[in-house]
Design a protein around this ligand. Structure first.
Ligand SMILES: *Cc1c(COP(=O)(O)O)cnc(C)c1O
Length: 467
């Protein structure tokens, strides 16, 4: 028999789709006809390729069913899943930033599963405003006259610039033309908002007079909090209150993009100073924009607080409708803001603050309790140790401040980087992936963000580690 004839014989032996679908009736009932048919077609096509390539693949109905069920299960597993953030960065932008409090999570689930009074005023029975659920609280916590919120802080900045200065000039210091990770760049957002950026001052020094003299007929002075870097040395920039005065003398608004929406005095908690939204308002900012999922500890959102007349302009902008928040985010934000009404309880109730404030001795004790499980799971080819390390807050908050912490470090005794990578791969393939940081020939698992209630899950899945 020629090779071609052999292929033809094998191809003819392949079961047909309809026969296979009949034998898989129960699978069709649980997965749906279209999904099973699609997986079967794909698998049969792959088998044909193998045959034509000279292979003799398993093609009994049972083998085909097993392979197809594997595909169906793989397709059904979620893509977006929980992970263990042992990176040492509390607010990690790639890992979803702030963890929501249980109250916020419950509120999301509640409004997501049924109808709600999202835009319905229960008192009057008339149409309501979706921001009524948060606006008063933002004002209460920041001292602002009015507030609004959109999808994220990038959107808040875009909306504010477009509402207040479309087709006009905006003054920004050359020391503040920042890029935030993920392509948020001040010059670009300015262009998209339809504003012309007028740079004033220099990279390291910008004076009050630069703002007074720069760009006649400018519509806005904007200050950007340099959240992810710091310029040190021979530097100067006017105080916020001075800029507010310059803007007021020029008859234009003064806006601050604060980035991280810090609502509490960090120093009173023994943490490094981070300006608050209330500081910015009391320093005379007419508008302040900030994120919901950075230090504020809530869902992804962009909040704007400030003068009522300006907030009204933002709300009237057609872009506002395109950038508006959805009900789940609003529910989470409202519950998160509520926690701030009880500042003494905040450290316990707000996960972001709890993780930032976590005591280094507690983290060390946690590392000691976990070490035997890692030693048992990794065997003799890795050295498991506990080392002190420095965590970061992340998301551009207090970029050069660090928090003393402890890590479990895993080192291949071979000293081979390939073994280290294999270990990293295996930890990422666990049911709930474990994400650490490669550093100096070891995988560092900073335990700052491992909550006590998650320890048993972490230990239990280590037995599945496939090295
Ligand atoms: C983080 C940040 C932004 C972007 O905020 P998102 O909520 O990520 O859109 C803008 N400006 C500054 C100064 C920031 O720190």
């Amino acid at each position: 028999m020629t090779e071609q004839n052999q292929h033809q014989t094998l191809l003819r032996q392949l079961p047909g789709i309809s026969t296979l679908l009949e034998t898989m009736a129960s699978d069709v009932a649980s997965w749906g006809h279209a999904e099973v048919t699609r997986a079967l077609r794909d698998h049969l096509a792959a088998l044909r390729q193998h045959i034509l390539a000279g292979d003799r693949p398993d093609m009994a109905a049972g083998d085909i069913r097993a392979a197809v069920l594997q595909t169906l299960n793989r397709r059904a597993s979620a893509s977006l899943i929980r992970v263990f953030n042992l990176s040492g960065i509390v607010l990690h932008s790639n890992l979803g930033r702030a963890n929501l409090s249980p109250d916020a999570v419950a509120a999301v689930a509640d409004v997501a599963s049924g109808a709600s009074n999202l835009e319905f005023d229960l008192a009057t029975g008339k149409r309501g405003d979706r921001e009524s659920h948060i606006e008063a609280m933002i004002c209460e916590l920041t001292g602002a006259e009015a507030a609004t919120a959109v999808n994220n802080n990038a959107a808040a900045v875009l909306l504010a610039l477009n509402s207040l200065a479309m087709g006009r000039k905006v003054l920004v210091s050359r020391g503040e033309l920042v890029e935030i990770g993920g392509s948020f760049r001040i010059p670009d957002i300015m262009a998209r908002a339809g504003c012309s950026l007028i740079e004033v001052g220099t990279t390291n020094r910008t004076h009050r007079t630069d703002y007074e003299a720069g760009g006649d007929d400018a519509a806005l002075i904007m200050k950007v909090h340099t959240s992810n870097y710091r310029i040190e040395g021979f530097t100067t920039c006017p105080a916020e209150s001075e800029l507010a005065q310059v803007a007021s003398n020029r008859g234009i608004p003064f806006m601050i993009d604060l980035g991280s929406g810090n609502l509490i005095d960090f120093r009173s908690l023994g943490l490094p100073h981070e300006p608050t939204v209330a500081d910015a308002i009391s320093n005379g900012a007419d508008l302040v924009t900030f994120s919901g999922d950075k230090l504020l500890g809530g869902p992804q959102a962009g909040l704007v607080a400030g003068r009522a007349e300006l907030i009204a302009q933002l709300k009237a902008n057609p872009l506002k409708r395109a950038l508006r928040m959805d009900k789940m985010t609003l529910a989470a934000l409202a519950e998160t803001l509520k926690l701030y009404r009880h500042p003494e309880g905040l450290q316990k109730a707000l996960p972001t603050l709890r993780l930032i404030m976590r005591d280094e001795h507690e983290i060390h004790t946690l590392a000691e309790s976990l070490r035997p499980a890692f030693e048992a799971a990794l065997g003799a080819t890795y050295r498991v140790a506990i080392e002190t390390t420095l965590s970061q807050i992340g998301s551009g908050s207090l970029p050069i401040e660090t928090l003393p912490s402890s890590a479990i470090t895993l080192r291949p005794l071979s000293g081979d980087d390939r073994d280290l990578r294999l270990l990293g791969d295996a930890l990422r393939r666990l049911p709930r992936p474990v994400l650490g940081r490669m550093h100096q020939g070891a995988l560092w698992l900073d335990l700052r963000c491992l909550e006590q209630g998650e320890v048993s899950q972490l230990i239990a899945q280590l037995s599945e580690l496939a090295l």
